[in-house]
Design a protein around this ligand. Structure first.
Ligand code: ZN
Length: 71
């Protein structure tokens, strides 16, 4: 029978710090070391997502219709 260690080691997806956890279910911030890291990462992701629309895609589609006036 293989010995199953009580704790496993993982690396935080945000800060890269190693942390120990027993199971993913019991380590709420997984795959981050702490809830703080998780919140920071989540926050960055959300702000990036909200920052994308609204800039850089307004006049691209309008330009094709004006040249269809020549016949
Ligand atoms: Zn971390």
């Amino acid at each position: 029978m293989p010995q199953t260690p009580a704790e496993r080691e993982a690396r935080c997806a945000r800060c890269g710090k190693r942390f120990l956890y027993r199971s993913i279910a019991s380590h709420k911030p997984f795959p981050f070391c702490t809830t703080r890291c998780r919140e920071i990462d989540l926050g960055n992701w959300l702000t990036e997502k909200y920052a994308l629309p609204g800039e850089g895609r307004s006049e691209v589609e309008n330009e094709t219709e004006e040249s269809a006036d020549e016949s």
